[in-house]
Design a protein around this ligand. Structure first.
Ligand SMILES: [Zn+2]
Length: 152
């Protein structure tokens, strides 16, 4: 199910008023509207994720601004692509390993390594700056900024 389909289902199920409602209340609506419990749960999980993304967004944007100033011009659109991925829930981190979804593909970023093989990406030191590493770095930086909001 795509995000748009989920959003559409939620909006229909809650008369367009799901963003600020407590999750239990949305769950009740979904069940009342005949949406099976397992589907309702996955919708609630998605709404939770969307809200987290929403909370994190200003920090991701701040991380992007800082990176934009610090990185070479040659990254071209990679930083903007990274911003998109970091903003819209495409980065999942487990320990020091990140999974980054880019269109239909999924890449693994392990510190300075990514398996996308972007051979055009410019170097920073010895490492190529592909959009997935940048997405992971923006995400990590946003979490740091969130823990110290005075920096925003
Ligand atoms: Zn990559």
């Amino acid at each position: 199910m795509t995000f748009d389909e989920i959003r559409f289902t939620c909006e229909r199920a809650t008369d367009g008023d799901w963003r600020d409602r407590p999750l239990e209340s949305i769950g009740g609506y979904l069940l009342m509207r005949g949406i099976p419990q397992n589907m309702a749960q996955s919708l609630l999980d998605t709404i939770g994720d969307v809200r987290l993304d929403h909370m994190r967004a200003p920090y991701v944007r701040k991380a992007y601004e800082l990176a934009k100033r610090a990185l070479p011009e040659a990254v071209n659109g990679r930083l903007e692509a990274a911003l998109d991925m970091a903003l819209y829930g495409k980065v999942t981190v487990e320990g020091t390993i990140a999974t980054v979804r880019d269109q239909a593909k999924t890449f693994t970023v392990d510190g300075f390594n990514c398996n996308c093989g972007d051979a055009e990406a410019p170097f920073l030191g010895q490492h190529r700056l592909c959009s997935h590493k940048l997405a992971y770095w923006l995400f990590r930086r946003a979490l740091e900024l969130m823990s110290d909001p005075a920096e925003l």
